[in-house]
Write a protein that binds this ligand. Structure first.
Ligand SMILES: C[S@@+](CC[C@H](N)C(=O)[O-])C[C@H]1O[C@@H](n2cnc3c(N)ncnc32)[C@H](O)[C@@H]1O
Length: 473
């Protein structure tokens, strides 16, 4: 599988740094020693649960060594590929596969950089205690190649030694890590730090973000060992031809009302309907194939909140259990937002639990906590393009609570707290799984720095063509 004409400047991954796994004797010792303190079947079960491995899955193990993962995976998954730069490790693995008659495995004498996947796209890539063999620049390249080989939504399970101490504490931090590690790795521990390329967790996490891997879960299996479960996210959409400023987006609505005589209430109805439709079309996929049932819709005082009330009504009609928290006092709502608040109130008058006014009291905070625990999706209709500067009370308290809930968040128009103009975040912002920009994208949503707040970006139709209004501005 390795292309014959790799550039000469490609990192020489076949020249082992640190432990020389290419050496047959070292490989045999590795196998014997690791077998004595590891339980490969248990490790496999753990990975299986963490990535939710399926029998139908096609899996690749990079740096597979003598098959700690490949052998049990071959007994469970449809197809397993393994790659390693060490022929000696692969020979040990092949012996085990032959002895057990496992035929659904293909092995390649290739590394992270030379391996090129030209078979069916992969459901899962696994790599355990191997990526630290290549330097950081090349780790990013390796991760990019993994992303390219994965199916959309495919997963990476990466277990390795990562430094989680501060840089200023490098001496003590390293010593502590070595002390902890030497219990398991013995003499290999020193070599690991002196001659190999383990890196800080914030560096690897930055790499994930840049190549389009979203960290779903982390597991600290030892002070020095961290496992990341990452999902391949949709490529960040920078291909929206049109993206406008907050000011321009506001004038579009006003111009549509002035030039076309389209009532603003109708624009809000269209917006809420398209928010509900896009939510229904994408929520299951974005929440590990779980259908949404209980939705908590958080509505601020402005039009973003008004869109939220319409969305709540639409989703209820589609059979979802929606509860709304209004973050303004009843007398603070006006115009179209008030009309839609009243419609929602009237339509739920027999179910008082459906609408709740948050008033910053402890009782309110407890209610919010209960509702966060209850729901399986949160809708952020708090601020939209309205947020400028630092988050003010109560949003400086609410935004972190929503983020910490661990529930997927759907943002209306712009994740609250994020600047629609330049994608910056003053203090904090909602980290959405899905953002639906109304009518047209805002510039801030399409910038790289906003990616981790915006999640997947869609455009919601509000029933007017955008081009003439943009050209008029
Ligand atoms: C510590 S062993 C881990 C093996 C196996 N993943 C396990 O969990 O037992 C590290 C493995 O990474 C392999 N390795 C080193 N550099 C590599 C590279 N650039 N690409 C792929 N594998 C590499 C070594 O040959 C060795 O088999």
């Amino acid at each position: 599988m390795s292309p014959q004409n790799q550039p000469t400047w490609l990192y020489h991954e076949f020249q082992h740094t640190g432990v020389d796994y290419g050496n047959a004797e070292v490989a045999r010792q590795f196998e014997g020693r690791h077998r004595s303190f590891r339980d490969f079947d248990l490790e496999f079960q753990r990975i299986k649960e963490r990535v939710d491995l399926k029998r139908s899955d096609v899996v690749l193990d990079l740096g597979c060594g003598s098959g700690a993962f490949v052998v049990p995976a071959a007994k469970y998954c449809r197809k397993v590929y393994g790659a390693d730069v060490s022929k000696s490790m692969l020979a040990l693995l092949q012996e085990k596969l032959d002895a057990q008659g496992l035929k659904n495995v293909e092995l390649f004498n290739d590394g992270f950089l030379s391996y090129s996947h030209d078979r069916e796209p992969l459901d899962v890539v696994v790599s355990s205690i191997a990526l630290h063999h290549i330097p950081d620049f090349w780790k990013a390249v390796a991760l990019q190649k993994i992303v390219d080989a994965l199916k959309p939504n495919g997963k990476l399970y990466l277990l390795d030694v990562f430094f989680n101490f501060s840089v200023s504490d490098w001496r003590n931090g390293t010593q502590k890590l070595l002390d902890d590690m030497s219990e398991a790795a013995g003499g290999e521990a020193n070599v690991h730090v002196s001659s190999e390329y383990s890196t800080f967790n914030w560096i690897i996490e930055g790499m994930f973000e840049r190549v389009g891997l979203e960290v779903e879960q982390t597991f600290d299996d030892a002070t020095f060992l961290r496992a990341y479960v990452c999902r391949k996210s949709k490529p960040f959409r920078q291909d929206y031809q049109t993206a406008i400023t907050r000011e321009a987006s506001r004038s579009i609505d006003a111009e549509a009302v002035r030039l076309w005589g389209i009532p603003s209430l109708l624009l809000m109805e269209n917006a809420g309907r398209s928010l509900a439709d896009i939510f229904m079309a994408n929520a299951t996929r974005l929440d590990n194939d779980q259908k949404p049932r209980r939705i908590l819709i958080c509505c601020g005082k402005g039009n973003n909140g008004g869109d939220g009330f319409v969305m709540a009504r639409r989703l209820s009609l589609l059979g979802l259990d929606c509860r709304v928290i209004a973050f303004g006092r009843p007398d603070e709502y006006s115009g179209d937002a008030l009309t839609n608040l009243n419609i929602f109130k009237a339509s739920t008058k027999d179910s008082p639990e459906k609408l709740f006014f948050f008033d910053q009291s402890q009782v309110s905070l407890n209610q919010l906590a209960n509702k966060l625990a209850w729901c399986d999706w949160i809708v952020d209709g708090l601020l939209g393009t309205g947020a400028v500067g630092p988050l003010r009370t109560p949003y400086n308290q609410i935004v972190p609570l929503l983020n910490q809930s661990g529930k997927p968040i759907f943002s209306i128009d712009v994740p609250s707290g994020l600047s629609a103009d330049d994608g910056s975040v003053y203090t904090d912002a909602i980290k959405a799984k899905l953002t639906v920009a109304l009518a047209v994208s805002k510039i801030g949503l399409t910038l790289e720095c906003a990616k981790r707040y915006v999640g997947e970006l869609h455009i919601g139709d509000i029933g007017i063509p955008i081009k003439p209004f943009i050209e008029n501005n």
